[in-house]
Design a protein around this ligand. Sequence first.
Ligand code: FMN
Length: 138
Amino acid sequence: MFERWFYISTSRLGAVQVDEQVRDIVDVSRPRNRLLGVTGALLFTGRRFAQYLEGTPAAIAELKQSIIRDPRHEDVRTIASGPYDVRRFLTWSLAYAGPSRFIANKVEDALNDALQGNIESVEPLAEVLAGFAVEGHG
Ligand SMILES: Cc1cc2nc3c(=O)[nH]c(=O)nc-3n(C[C@H](O)[C@H](O)[C@H](O)COP(=O)(O)O)c2cc1C
């Protein structure tokens, strides 16, 4: 049985060398997720993270514990979670929206929508992550 965890959080990364800081997260996440059989995507807009993770309930629970207490972000808010029958991602990847202001703004709008409890926005948002995600990147 698969479970997914889709959340949005607020970045606490310092402004200096932010790319390297995101890269550090990815470098640790990639092997650990692979080991746990977890796939998904991490989106970073410069201000917020959105992350979609999918795997066994035990693996998701384990990661959730680490991620929630990570001081590099705060205000971790679940927008969708629980059993889900399809895997959306083939690998774990980084979907990075930072460099494009236009896209970042669109994504911020979508994230704000989801945070306001607009449940209809959850699936389209997951598709945005899937669309950004570069397989094998990050
Ligand atoms: C936004 C964000 C997303 C993260 N995503 C993952 C992830 O998908 N997989 C992972 O192993 N660690 C992820 N991490 C890092 C974990 O929080 C943690 O630092 C790392 O897994 C090491 O675990 P530990 O602190 O329990 O030793 C993420 C951190 C942040 C800030």
